[in-house]
Design a protein around this ligand. Structure first.
Ligand code: FAD
Ligand code: A2P
Length: 369
């Protein structure tokens, strides 16, 4: 039989156990409150999106989870050293016609001195510079800049690394019986050695050459679209330039060049010299639109030449070391696409699938205007 005293003593004996349990529960909640402070906040703080306090950074738990440093593509290629608000004033060194007797229009090779630029205006093959023509537009505002593909290598035509050259066609068209001259192209074709010209840039990473010496380079150019290709070919085949650049090109370069007349072919003598010096590395296919006819009796364009060479060209394209560069008239793009579609079909390939793949792989380069 339990006496009252016994019950009391038994109850008292449980007190330390109850204190222990109470203490355990208290410490558990205290610890949790420290580990998960957000549990203690109201709803408003959860939906609050703007806070001056930066989000705490998630710390990677293991080395393998740590973000790898991503090397920016072509990070070492210079861009926008000079901008329109503070252009570099370059001095014209030379400005001469690239055309022969009987040619159509006006196309000039123009070289600017860069040696006084500070910071130095350096560039690589395939980039463009901006030119700000002197004078004002019809609203009394300074003319906007126009872009021009650089036609020289980074070492310049004099191989001293302090000039830049352009290949410029004067824009001319008829409107209401009047001849309209393009603002900047006329300004450039008219400037004289010693004149100062406002230059911006360099810009562009679309038309850069690959680093690999055994790459194959297919070039499709119309008119002044030859400018970047002239720089590539000098880099590959011009003796003094080769010594300077230490880039021993071992691949195959194939130039398709479109011009209206033979007298309009640009840098022809240089290209003939490269053909003689490097017959195994250089191939040169011309389309002289107003002197030659395509299969249908129409003007011969580079896309017609592409079709004629479909098999050989696509054998090259199937090689992942081959890059294709397209530069010049915007209007040639549909024609080139059509020709590539047909040429691909002949090899059992689908151009509309292949082209995005080439683009993604950085092997399809287009700059048209
Ligand atoms: P503008 O005075 O600006 O006149 C051009 C305007 O005239 C056109 O916008 C259009 O509105 C009008 N127009 C043109 N043709 C006709 C027509 N047939 N009928 C009616 N209206 C017409 N050019 C080169 O010569 N060499 C290069 O290496 C070169 N590289 C380039 C690289 C890039 C990346 C780009 C974007 C362009 C390049 N250009 C090049 C083109 C150059 O930038 C100029 O657009 C070109 O010189 C004409 O400029 P402009 O000031 O003489 O003509
Ligand atoms: P054409 O003018 O006879 O029609 P340039 O800039 O010196 O005029 O040279 C451009 C060359 O590109 C010319 O031979 C010109 O031919 C040619 N051309 C013109 N339109 C196209 C086109 N849509 N596709 C390919 N080539 C073209």
């Amino acid at each position: 039989m339990y006496s009252q005293a016994k019950v009391l003593a038994g109850g008292l004996a449980h007190i330390p156990v109850l204190i222990g349990v109470f203490y355990f529960i208290l410490t558990f909640f205290k610890k949790r409150a420290q580990e998960f402070p957000q549990d203690n906040k109201g709803k408003t703080s959860e939906v609050k999106v703007s806070s001056s306090k930066p989000e705490p950074k998630k710390v990677p738990v293991s080395k393998s989870e740590a973000p790898k440093p991503v090397k920016k593509k072509h990070a070492d290629v210079p861009v926008n050293i000079y901008r329109p608000k503070t252009p570099y004033e370059g001095t014209v060194i030379e400005n001469y016609s690239l055309l022969n007797e009987g040619a159509i229009g006006r196309v000039n090779h123009i070289t600017f001195d860069l040696k006084d630029s500070d910071p130095f205006l350096n560039y690589v093959e395939g980039q463009s510079i901006g030119i700000m023509p002197a004078g004002e537009d019809s609203n009394g505002k300074p003319h906007k800049l126009r872009l021009y593909s650089i036609a020289s290598t980074r070492h310049g035509d004099n191989f001293e690394g302090n000039t830049v050259s352009l290949c410029v066609r004067q824009l001319q068209y008829e409107k209401d019986g009047e001849t309209i001259n393009g603002v900047c192209s006329t300004y450039l074709c008219d400037i004289k050695p010693g004149d100062k010209v406002k230059i911006t840039g360099p810009v562009g990473k679309e038309m850069l050459l690959p680093d690999e010496e055994d790459a194959n380079i297919v070039m499709l150019a119309t008119g002044t679209g030859i400018a970047p290709m002239r720089a590539y070919l000098r880099r590959m085949f011009e003796a003094t330039e080769k010594k300077k650049n230490n880039w021993n090109f071992k691949g195959k370069a194939w130039l398709f060049m479109g011009a209206p007349k033979s007298a309009n072919l640009l840098y022809e003598e240089d290209f003939q010299r490269y053909l003689a010096d490097y017959p195994d590395n250089f191939k040169y296919t011309k389309a002289i639109s107003r002197e030659e006819q395509n299969e249908k009796g129409g003007r011969m364009y580079i896309q017609d030449r592409v079709l004629e060479s479909a098999n050989e060209l696509f054998n090259m394209i199937e090689d992942e070391k081959t890059h294709i560069y397209l530069c010049g008239l915007k209007g040639m793009e549909p024609g080139i696409d059509e020709a590539m579609t047909k040429a691909a079909e002949e090899k059992g390939l689908n151009w509309s699938e292949l082209r995005p793949q080439l683009k993604k792989a950085g092997r399809w380069h287009v700059e048209t205007y």
